[in-house]
Design a binder for this molecule. Structure first.
Ligand SMILES: [Zn+2]
Length: 480
C-alpha cells in the first residue's frame, strides 16, 4: 500500500509538471507574433515577398491549381497590416488575401496568373531588420528556379547546393570578332538598401543603379564592347548569385558599383578594390568588406553554401585561376582608378585589396568601384547628380577600354583590331599579384625573360606584389 501511495504521488507530481509545461507552451503560442508589414520585390525571374514579424513563427507553403494559388500558413501570427497596398504590376500575382483562421493562425492566399515554384525560409533578426519570413516565387519559365518540393516547412532554409558551373567560355574563333562583355553590378537592392546618405532619400542602392545604367549606356556606345547589367531593378541578389549571373552572360570583366558610408563622415573620394585572400590592405578596406559582406545577412542568401564535398578540389582550382585573374583585376583597377582621379578626388591612389565576397569569381577579372562616400554630405549630393554620374562613367569606360586594348581576349573584335595593327600598340603594364614570378609573367606575355628584365631595369628577378611592370611589345603583335 505504502508503495502504491508513493507511486501515486510521484505520478501526480509528474502530471503537475507536465501540466505546467503545457501551460508554458500554450503561453508561447498565445503570444502570437505580429505581421507588421509585407514587402514585395520583383526580380527578372522571381517575385519575393517579405513578411516583417515581431517574433519567430512556424510556417508552411503549398501550391493549389485551377486556379493557380499559393497558400502560406503562418502559425503563431496575426496580421496587423493591410495587404492591398502591394504593387503587383509586372508580377504573376493578381491578388493577396488573408484569413485569420484562429487568433494565432494566419493564412495568406496568393492568387496567380501563372504557375510559380515557391521557396520559403525564415530569417533571424539582424542590425537592420527583425524576424522575417521570405517567400520567393520563381517564374516557371525561368531556369533559375530551384528544383524543390513545393511545400517547405520549418525555419531553416532547404539548401540546394548549386554546383560550380563551368563558365560558358567560348573557344576563341580564329579571326572572330565577338564583343568584349562587361558585367556591371549595381550594389545592393531590394530590402538591402546599402548605405544611407545624410539627407532623406539618399540611398546607395538607387545611386549604384543609376550609375550602372549610365555606365551600360556608355559601354554599349563603344564598338567591340557590350555591357550587361547584373541587377536591372530594385530587388535583392545574393552576392554569389551576382557573379553567377555575370558568368552566364559570358563576362570578360565584372565591375561592381558602390557608394558606401565610411566610418568617418568626413571621409571622401573614390577607390577601386580588387580581391585579397589574405589581409585587407587598409583599415577602410577591411571595414568596407565587412559591411558589404553583411549584404547576404540582410537580404537572406538562403541558397548559398560551400559545404560541398568537392570543396578541397574546388579550392585548389580556384587558387590557380584566381592568381591569373587577380593580376588582371589589379591592372584594370589601376587604369580605372587613374581615369577616375581626373574627374573626382581619390580616397587612395592605389587599388586596395580586401576580401569582398562579390569579387570571388575565379575566372573573371573583377573590381569593386567605390564611386564615393554617400556618408559625406557634399559627395552624396554629387553622386546624385546626372552630370557627375556621366563623368564617373566616362572615366570608368576609358580605364576599361585602355585595359582591353592592351589585353584583348582572343577572338574579340578588339583583338582583331590589335592583330591588324589598327590599335596603337602602347606599352602594356602588368601589376604583380601574389604568387607570381618574373618568369611566369614573361611566359604569359610571350616575351623573353631578359627583355622583360631590361624593359623594367631590373637587376634581379625579385619582384614585389603590387609592383607595375612594363611589358614590351612582342614582335608578333607589332607586325601589321
Ligand atoms: Zn555598397
Amino acid at each position: 500500500m505504502k508503495n502504491r501511495v508513493g507511486a501515486g504521488m510521484r505520478i501526480g507530481a509528474r502530471m503537475i509538471a507536465v501540466g505546467l509545461m503545457l501551460a508554458a507552451m500554450a503561453a508561447d503560442v498565445w503570444a502570437a507574433s505580429d505581421v507588421r508589414s509585407v514587402r514585395l520585390w520583383r526580380a527578372p525571374d522571381n517575385t519575393r515577398l517579405v513578411f516583417d514579424l515581431s517574433g519567430p513563427v512556424q510556417h508552411s507553403v503549398f501550391t493549389l491549381t485551377a486556379p493557380d494559388r499559393i497558400v502560406i500558413d503562418i502559425s503563431g501570427a496575426k496580421l496587423v497590416t493591410p495587404l492591398d497596398k502591394l504593387a503587383l504590376s509586372n508580377t504573376p500575382i493578381t491578388a493577396v488575401r488573408s484569413a485569420q483562421r484562429t487568433p494565432e493562425d494566419l493564412r495568406v492566399v496568393i492568387d496567380l496568373s501563372s504557375q510559380v515554384t515557391p521557396k520559403s525560409f525564415t530569417l533571424a533578426p539582424n542590425q537592420q531588420y527583425g524576424n522575417r519570413l521570405v517567400v520567393d516565387l520563381f517564374d516557371q519559365a525561368s531556369d533559375a528556379a530551384p528544383s524543390l518540393p513545393s511545400t517547405t516547412t520549418a525555419s531553416a532554409p532547404p539548401v540546394p547546393v548549386t554546383p560550380t558551373q563551368a563558365p560558358p567560355k567560348l573557344a576563341p574563333v580564329p579571326g572572330g570578332k565577338r564583343d568584349i562583355v562587361i558585367a556591371i553590378d549595381a550594389g545592393h537592392g531590394g530590402e538591402d538598401p546599402g548605405a544611407l546618405g545624410p539627407t532623406k532619400g539618399q540611398v546607395e542602392k538607387n545611386v549604384t543603379l543609376s550609375i550602372a545604367k549610365e555606365l551600360q549606356r556608355q559601354v554599349n556606345a563603344q564598338k567591340g564592347f557590350r555591357a550587361e547589367l547584373v541587377r536591372t531593378g530594385d530587388y535583392f541578389i545574393p552576392l554569389r548569385k551576382r557573379t553567377e549571373i555575370a558568368r552566364k552572360k559570358g563576362a570578360d570583366l565584372f565591375v561592381s558599383i558602390h557608394a558606401d558610408a565610411a566610418p568617418r563622415a568626413a571621409a571622401f573620394g573614390a577607390s577601386v578594390y580588387a580581391l585579397s585572400d589574405r589581409g585587407a590592405t587598409s583599415e577602410t578596406a577591411r571595414w568596407l568588406a565587412d559591411a558589404e559582406n553583411q549584404s547576404d545577412l540582410i537580404g537572406g542568401a538562403g541558397n548559398v553554401s560551400l559545404e560541398d564535398k568537392d570543396r578541397m578540389l574546388a579550392g585548389v582550382l580556384l587558387d590557380l585561376s584566381m592568381t591569373a585573374s587577380l593580376s588582371s583585376s589589379l591592372n584594370v583597377g589601376q587604369k580605372v582608378l587613374g581615369q577616375m582621379g581626373q574627374v573626382t578626388p581619390l580616397h587612395k591612389r592605389r587599388v586596395e585589396q580586401a576580401g569582398f565576397m562579390v569579387l570571388k569569381s575565379p575566372d573573371i577579372p573583377s573590381i569593386l568601384v567605390e564611386t564615393g562616400f554617400i556618408s559625406n554630405p557634399s559627395e552624396a549630393r554629387k553622386l546624385h547628380s546626372a552630370a557627375h554620374q556621366q563623368s564617373l562613367s566616362r572615366s570608368i569606360v576609358t580605364g576599361v577600354k585602355q585595359f582591353f586594348e592592351q589585353n584583348p581576349p582572343p577572338g574579340t573584335y578588339i583583338a582583331w583590331l590589335r592583330d591588324n595593327g589598327k590599335i596603337a600598340q602602347g606599352p602594356r603594364e602588368h601589376v604583380v599579384a601574389s604568387g607570381e614570378s618574373l618568369a611566369l609573367i614573361a611566359q604569359r606575355y610571350q616575351v623573353g625573360l631578359a627583355t622583360l628584365r631590361t624593359a623594367n631595369s631590373l637587376k634581379s628577378d625579385v619582384i614585389k606584389v603590387g609592383q607595375t611592370l612594363h611589358i614590351p611589345a612582342t614582335s608578333l603583335a607589332a607586325q601589321p
